[in-house]
Design a protein around this ligand. Structure first.
Ligand SMILES: [Zn+2]
Length: 313
């Protein structure tokens, strides 16, 4: 399977960064074990494309998580993007709630108006006392792009514009970011700053000519040419983006051991000797037949009771 490529460009005066992404394989992998209604696939796909684009320029070893939650039929959507450009994403629906036929973020996630988007930066090797960093904003706006633009503005980050589209087959995005003056490419001459403002305005204007559906129908190279053909863009080495969930049979066994013998026995009794669990994130099923299940219980019985067991009951 070939990789999806994230492509980054700079305007010639190096004041505006452009990121383009069209996820197909990585996004289809999200549906391997999950069936999402169309509206959920759209919102989760948009969040996934956005996460991958925002994580592309993070200069730290860890994960970026975007997590939107509210009181709607869709209770939660999450995407996790790691420094190695692997991603995973998941959505949680509330049981027995009617699904909206139309509508965006407000209808699906936030009918009560109290929903929030969390942006979390989680370093992979934490120093003692170091925690994940989290920013929160209310879900104001009906598209993922609007909410993210508001987040970027509210957190006083770089001026950023985002265009996103997704369906169950593809998740695509375009991101423009106005770069800070590092004192190198730009000096403090007001003329230069005005030129940079012109570049930003021009980039936003060109990107705003995108038509609905165009992001999904067009590969990134064609799209860049169509939007920015009058500009000379500097292209960076494309970066592969891949789907990867960190679940494994070992982790599932570890989780089952934490439940303790009593709960395991109940589980096994309910399932005629077997244990079936699914990964919370990617939905991958893990099956222990009656032999494996019995072996796991025996193993636990032979171990001294741990305090974990006591705490869980
Ligand atoms: Zn998984």
């Amino acid at each position: 399977m070939s990789d999806d490529l994230l492509k980054t460009y700079l305007f010639a005066d190096r004041t505006v960064r452009v990121v383009g992404l069209n996820l197909e394989h990585a996004w289809q992998a999200a549906h391997q074990h999950q069936q999402y209604p169309e509206g959920v696939a759209r919102l989760l796909g948009e969040l996934t494309a956005a996460g991958a684009m925002l994580a592309a320029n993070l200069k730290f070893d860890g994960s970026l998580l975007l997590q939107a939650q509210g009181d709607g039929p869709l209770s939660l959507i999450v995407v996790e993007c790691r420094a190695d450009k692997t991603i995973r994403a998941m959505a949680k629906l509330r049981e027995n709630q009617p699904l909206p036929e139309h509508g965006g973020v407000q209808a699906w996630l936030n009918p009560g108006g109290q929903g929030q988007l969390a942006v979390i930066l989680d370093p992979s090797r934490k120093q003692p006392g170091q925690h994940a960093w989290q920013g929160l904003i209310p879900l104001e706006g009906d598209t993922i792009a609007e909410i993210l633009e508001q987040y970027m503005a509210a957190s006083e980050q770089l001026d950023t514009r985002v265009w996103l589209e997704a369906n169950e087959h593809q998740a695509s995005g375009l991101l423009l970011q106005r770069l800070p003056d590092h004192g190198g490419a730009l000096d403090q001459a007001s003329e230069t700053i005005e030129e940079a403002t012109d570049t930003w305005d021009r980039a936003c204007h060109l990107a705003s000519t995108l038509r609905p559906g165009e992001l999904l129908q067009t590969d990134t190279d064609t799209l860049m040419h169509r939007l920015f053909w009058e500009e000379s863009l500097l292209a960076f080495e494309p970066q592969p983006v891949r789907w990867h969930c960190t679940c494994s049979r070992d982790k599932v066994l570890g989780m089952l051991r934490m439940l303790g013998t009593e709960e395991l026995r109940d589980m096994i009794a309910e399932r005629d000797g077997d244990i079936d669990v699914r990964c919370d994130f990617c939905g991958k099923p893990y099956h222990l037949d009656s032999v494996d299940s019995a072996a796991l219980v025996r193993q636990l019985e032979q171990q001294p009771d741990t305090s974990e067991h006591g705490r869980l009951h």
